[in-house]
Design a protein. Structure first.
Length: 258
């Protein structure tokens, strides 16, 4: 079955339409990057699946990147390797080709999670890293009150953690990743203490879930949030988040080893 969009996007989101300006809002966060570097350990060769514009791609190792979206491939900076046009469920590599493999904010886009994880395991000698969000913990964010439709979409799209654990097999560790206050990777929870940022349509566009909500939902969200920020309602309820150093939300790193 061919699930690709015009620009090659293989998941449910059309990055040819929503990928413009993605890197203006989605830059790798150093704190989160540290978790990935630690889990990669001494791996010299790394496969990055669903590599997008290259966020969290280590520059101190030999990296092979796979990304089906032409829009996202075109936004990769010059210092990163050119990404191969391929999909997770059909990786064009021999068995045990890489010391480690990784996928960040990508598994919810895959049309066949089990096949993609099996392929990553097949081509990887060591650790397989999956940075994702736990759908069971998305309701911890204030967005569950202000944008329940978006949270519902996210919870439906992100695979259950147990499904990823089962797909990886072997020894699997789940590492909760707290989100720093000034997170430079603008997924929705990254703005837990900076709500004004989500009044920017570009910031919302860089989170694919917004492309699935019904017409009018975004406008109502922006109108309500703008009003509540202006009259103090948001700060009365959530203002402590503005100075909270980290947020224990849905972000987690799953590491599978043979």
């Amino acid at each position: 079955m061919n699930n690709r969009h015009d620009d090659g996007s293989a998941g449910d989101a059309n990055y040819g339409a929503i990928g413009k300006g993605y890197t203006d809002y989605r830059q790798p966060d150093p704190y989160i990057e540290g978790f990935i570097a630690k889990a990669l350990g001494g791996a010299g060769s790394v496969l990055n699946v669903g590599a997008g514009a290259g966020s969290y791609e280590p520059v101190d190792r030999k990296v092979t990147a796979v990304e089906p979206s032409a829009s996202m491939r075109s936004q990769r900076p010059a210092h990163l390797p050119t990404a191969i046009d391929a999909v997770a469920q059909s990786l064009p590599f021999d068995d045990d080709s890489f010391d480690a493999s990784m996928s960040t904010f990508s598994v919810h886009q895959w049309p066949d999670l089990s096949a993609g994880l099996a392929e990553m395991r097949r081509v990887t000698r060591g650790a397989v890293l999956i940075l994702t969000c736990d759908p069971a913990r998305l309701s911890r964010s204030w967005l569950a009150e202000y944008a329940p439709e978006m949270i519902e979409v996210e919870a439906r799209r992100y695979p259950a953690i147990q499904a990823i654990v089962a797909g990886l097999g072997g020894q699997v560790e789940m590492v909760p990743v707290q989100i720093p206050l000034h997170c430079t990777d603008g997924f929705s929870e990254a703005y837990y203490g900076r709500p004004e940022r989500l009044l920017d349509p570009g910031a919302r566009r860089a989170n694919s879930a917004w492309s699935f909500v019904a017409p009018g939902v975004e406008a109502r969200f922006a109108e309500r949030l703008s009003r509540d920020l202006e009259n103090g309602t948001w700060d009365e309820k959530y203002g402590a988040l503005r100075t909270q150093p980290t947020f224990d939300g849905s972000l987690c790193l799953i590491v599978g080893r043979p």
